[in-house]
Structures are given as C-alpha cells and as structure tokens.
Design a protein around this ligand. Structure first.
Ligand code: SF4
Length: 648
C-alpha cells in the first residue's frame, strides 16, 4: 500500500483487443470522487462516448472498490461494477453492487479498481496475482456455468483466489445476465452480457497486501462506536452462533453463516445446502423470498424448489429479480391468450413448479426457441410480440426490468428517488423504507418495538432535513428529504458501505436516534484526513451530478424524462406482506392507512420544481446549470454539457 491511506494507489487497466496491461494512479480520481461509484462514473465519463452500445468493445467494464475496503468491522468491503448496461431500455450507464470478498482481494493485490476495455477474439480470463497480471486462455471454461467456472479456477489457481464470472447467459448476451463472484455475490444491470461480449469468462484475483488506517487510535475508537451502534440486543449472539435456529428452512437443509469480508453486523447472509448435500447456494433478502409464494401455491406446501430456482439462476447467470417481473408479464400474456405452453415451449400453465422455472431460465440463457425473444429483456420482447403484449408489461417495472418496490404511493419521497435513477436504487429506498417497517411494528403494538412516531420525527429531522419528512400525508418536505437521502447514499456508494448495515438510522438504546456522522468519521480515521459529514455529502452531491450528466449526455431529457410509471398515478394502492394495511404516520404522527392512494400528478410536478431548485438546476427543463457544475468542481462536465447545449 502507498502512503495515501485507504487506497492501494493504482487502477489496473486491461485492453482485451490489444492485450495491453498497465495501470494509472488512483490519485487522479480519489480527491474528487472518493472511490466506488464516484471513480467508476468519472472513468466512464472520460472514456465512453455517449453513442457507444453496451456490446461495443469501446464500452468499459469498470470494477471499483472504496477506501474502506479490506478493513474489518466496518461492512465497507463492497465493490461496484459500472458501464453501459444492456439491461436498461434504452441502454445507458448503470451500476451494480456486490458483497463477498472479491473486492477486498483486488485491493490486497494492489488495485483500487480495474477497467476492462476492448474485446478478445477468443475466450479468455484475467488472472491477477499481486503484480502479475495475465490474460489467459479460457476455451475450456466457455459454456461452463458460473459456479463450475469458479470451482475450476480455484482448483487450478488455489482456493485463496476470488473469482467473478459470467455464465452461459452472459456468453449468449442475454440482457439480464449477471456476474457471480465468491460467496455467490451477484450483480445485475446485464454486466454478465458485457463480459460475454468481450469474450471474457472470468477474473480471478489474489492479493497479499494489507490495509493500514491513517489514524490508528481514531480507527479503534470509531470501530468501538460502530460496534455499540450496531449492537442488536439480547439474543443477537445466539443468532450469530446458530442462524438455523432463526431462519426458516425446509427440514433436512443445513445452513451456514456466510459473511462478507469485514462485516460489522449480520443481516441473515447464509448459505443453504440442499437436502441431498449436492448443492449449496445463498439465501439473502430477495433470494430468500424469490419464487416462495408461487411454490407454496403450486405444491400446496413449502419445499426445496425456491432453493433450486435461485441456484439455477445463479448458475446460468441470470438476474432472479428480472425473472420475477418477467414471470408476471408472461402470466398476463398467457391469460390474454397471446402466449401458451405450446407456442413458447415453456409450461406457463405450471408457474410455481420446478419445470416452469427450469424451462424459462434454460431457454432464455441458451437463447433456445422462444427463449431467444425473452433474452432481449421484457420491454424489447414485448416490442417483438406486438401492441397487446406491450400493454401487459408489468406496470411497475424499472428500466432495468425489476419490479418497483417501496412504492411512491406509500412513500411520497420515493417518487423523486425513482424518477432520478436508471434503476431501482434500493439503497436509497431502504433509508426511509426500513424505518417505516420498524414503525409499523410499533404501530401494531409488537413487543419491544420502540420506533414510535416521535422517534420517527426525530430521525426525519436528523437524517432527512426536517420533521416533515415523517408526515406521509403531505408532499411538503419531500424534495429536501430526497436530496438528503441521495447525497448520503451516493457518498455511501463511493466508500463503499454495505446497505444492510448503513446508515444506522435508529438504535436499540438511548433516545433511539442513529448517527449519520459515523460514515465521515470512519473515512477520516482510515485516510488520516479529517472529513466531516457535510463534506462527505458534498462529494455525494458531486457524484450524483456526474451521473446525471452522463445520463443527460446519453439522451435523458431532464424534466421530461424524470418520470415514474403511469400506474402509480392511476392504480390505487393495495397492501402487501410487509405492510398489509399500508400504515404510515400522518400529520401529527397518528397512525394512518395509505390504502387506495395514488400519486398526485400536480404534487409530483411541484416536488420536482422544489427538488430542481434545491439542486440549483434549471426548474423549467430539469437540466443542470453550468454554475452549479462549476461550483461542484466539475468544470470539464460543465464545459462538455455546455458545448452540447445540455446545460443552462
Ligand atoms: S451485513 Fe450482510 S451483506 Fe452486509 S457486509 Fe455483512 S454479510 Fe455482507
């Protein structure tokens, strides 16, 4: 490591067309863009012209860690992949965020990031072993699934290497192809297909470096503070020791904790072993719920099918969340008589069964028969089938093909968070979303629930700019809340902190109000340079503006494009499993129900006005102003957008 604490010092660059391998200094980016999304977005801005398609060799696959990567006890070893994303309709810059240990290994090998460009003429993989970086033949790996690929490379190179790979879906340029890494950490946006387009099967990395904090005393203090903030109450240690006692699994399945490198908390990240002991796979948040209800309905009981369908998605390398919305659309098309078991070759009538999912995932990944249509993604597949099928595209599907959750009819602030992002930015939605779920427990009198309306208001004032953010009956105060959430979450994506742990908005003890200043304290301790909360958020604001500029350059039309699906304005809200009564706090913290609500169009536009004003963008067009970009030290961006007539 160099003396610039928190950074390995180099960004590795691999050009698969020429076979060139070199590196550039991280210092070129670190001060202004910190790490993760910030550095990746800046590299993308500098190097990927707006009209380059996702599968063009000139597209970049940019892997980035943050300054906290590699340190223990902070949950800060996440890593990002960014580039032009084929899952988006239309294609545009996007991102994904991984856990596990691959990012930490990259940093230990001496690199804060890795930029892949060009295209190989034969299948290859990249092997990084500290200073030794090689492009190696991967003919024998082509066609293998993600897990097989990982295992073959670990057998060959040693178990300590971390591997990220694409599966057959990526090789076949399926829009929803994922990347899968160690600990079954996966990343969407279609970057598995970008890797496939470059004929790059995998990247294996091993590093022997270490990380050192710039201020050891402060680092120890901050870690202790983090530990106390995250203390989760009685029973927590038993939970860590025996996760199977707290997680519902099918009888006979074994579970094992599977934490990411440097985890400070624990969120239920486990691996599950099938009853016959032949397969292991992750169970975490979305993956633990995927296909569960459909299986129960189809078989009349819970069984191992959800485990196997998660596994097949990971092995072929397709995004289970995108499959979720695709299933909804396929069922609608079947009921409308557009699609049948016969004309698709997929047993659509048996949704919920193993056969259904096996056929869907296999055909799509291998582009067999009707799978070739589905491989384009929902929106393009619907275009192929015609107007009626297009009308049946799920109402709440993001540009990345995901169903939209944490609905803006419940959370007025989420209308803005959805409108400004290329994909569902779940980390932004979690900030208020997870607080609301705790409040719902309190509203329903659950034993031990402490997040009352009063606590909610205080959290709102501390984290989201004013107590108004905790009043779900009004659109007032929501533009400010959106800006606060975004600035913090963009900074978080640069550090890169885990979304399951950060921010700590509420605590079990004391006044129950969390501490947003801890992120900047961790950064200060690691870099040895003092950064306060506001300075960190300012970097977040800069990175948000950079990402906005990229999208504007790629065709996003400002105010006109800052939209949410029409269904949110027209279809009244119904309850869901996490909040059946759609409960939310009202004006004076009273318990109200938002059942039947829609987003008010006029209020939504008024929120946008207020939001653009707060951002110091042009209110009429939603375009950024050159003055604001200059103020954010984004001079090159101001000049470029100004020249194109895309900033005022
Ligand atoms: S909380 Fe979960 S996802 Fe986050 S770092 Fe820990 S194990 Fe990984």
């Amino acid at each position: 490591m160099t003396e610039r604490y928190g950074y390995a010092g180099k960004i590795l660059r691999v050009d698969l067309s020429s076979g060139t391998i070199n590196h550039t200094p991280s210092a070129d980016y670190a001060d202004r863009f910190l790490g993760g999304r910030g550095i990746a977005a800046k590299i993308y801005w500098d190097e990927v012209p707006a009209d380059v398609s996702a599968f063009d060799p000139e597209n970049r696959l940019i892997f980035a860690t943050g300054p906290l990567a590699g340190f223990s006890g902070l949950s800060g070893s996440r890593w990002q992949v960014c580039g032009k994303a084929p899952a988006m309709t239309p294609e545009e810059f996007s991102y994904c965020n991984f856990g596990g240990r691959w990012g930490g290994q990259l940093k230990f090998a001496g690199y804060d990031g890795l930029v892949i460009q060009g295209k190989s003429d034969r299948p290859v993989y990249v092997f990084i072993d500290d200073d030794v970086v090689e492009i190696r033949d991967a003919s024998a790996l082509w066609g293998k699934n993600t897990v097989e690929t990982r295992e073959i490379l670990k057998e060959e190179l040693g178990r300590t290497v971390a591997v990220v790979a694409c599966g057959p879906a990526g090789e076949n340029l399926v829009s929803y192809a994922i990347l899968l890494a160690d600990n079954d950490a996966s990343g969407s946006s279609g970057f598995g297909a970008v890797m496939g387009s470059k004929k790059l099967k995998a990247i294996a990395v091993r590093g022997k470096g270490k990380v050192t904090p710039g201020n050891l005393e402060k680092f120890k203090e901050v870690k202790e503070h983090v530990r106390q903030l995250l203390w989760k109450g009685p029973g927590y240690m038993e939970l860590i020791a025996k996760p199977e006692a707290h997680i519902e699994v099918v009888p006979g399945q074994k579970v094992k904790l599977d934490l990411c490198l440097g985890c400070a908390g624990y969120d239920g990240r486990i691996t599950v072993e099938s009853r016959d002991g032949k397969k292991r796979g992750k169970s975490l948040c979305g993956s633990s719920l995927f296909y569960l209800d459909r299986v129960s309905k189809y078989y009349g009981e819970q069984n191992e099918v959800p485990f196997y369908v998660n596994r097949i998605c990971d092995e072929y390398g397709v995004d289970a969340l995108a499959i979720e919305s695709m299933m909804k659309w396929l069922s609608r098309c079947r009921h409308a008589g557009i699609l049948t078991d016969e004309n698709t070759g997929i047993p659509l009538s048996k949704v919920g069964s193993w056969e259904y999912m096996e056929a869907l995932v296999t055909k799509m990944s291998l582009r067999e028969g009707f799978g070739d249509v589905l491989a384009q993604g929902i929106q393009r597949a619907a275009d192929t089938l015609g107007a009626e099928a297009k009308e049946l595209v799920a109402d709440y599907v993001s540009k990345a093909g995901h169903l939209l959750t944490y609905c803006p009819r419940t959370f007025p602030v989420h209308g803005l968070l959805y409108a400004m992002e290329p994909r569902q930015a779940v980390n932004q939605l979690h900030e208020m979303g997870l607080v609301l779920f705790q409040w719902v427990n309190w509203a329903n009198g659950l034993e031990g629930a402490y997040l009352s309306s009063d606590v909610f208001r205080k959290i709102a004032a501390r984290f989201w700019g004013s107590e108004l953010a905790a009043d779900f009956s009004t659109y007032d105060g929501k533009a400010l809340a959106a800006a606060k959430i975004q600035d913090r979450e963009y900074a978080k994506e640069c550090l890169i902190l885990c979304d399951f742990t950060w921010p700590v908005t509420h605590t079990l003890s004391g006044d129950h109000i969390g501490d947003p200043s801890i992120d900047s304290k961790m950064l200060s301790a690691i870099t040895g340079t003092e950064v306060d909360e506001e300075e960190l958020y300012y970097i977040g604001e800069r990175v948000l503006n950079l990402q906005r500029a990229i999208h504007i350059r790629e065709g996003h039309r400002g105010r006109e494009s800052d939209q949410i699906p029409d269904a949110f304005f027209t279809i009244p809200l119904k309850g869901h499993a996490m909040n059946p009564e759609c409960q939310a706090p009202g004006k004076n913290g009273e318990i109200t129900s938002r059942t039947g609500m829609v987003v008010d169009r006029e209020e939504f536009e008024r929120m946008k006005d207020e939001y653009y004003q707060l951002r110091e963008w042009d209110v009429a067009t939603g375009l950024q102003t050159k003055a604001k970009l200059e103020e954010l030290d984004l001079h090159e961006v101001a000049q470029d957008l100004g020249r194109r007539g895309l900033a005022v």
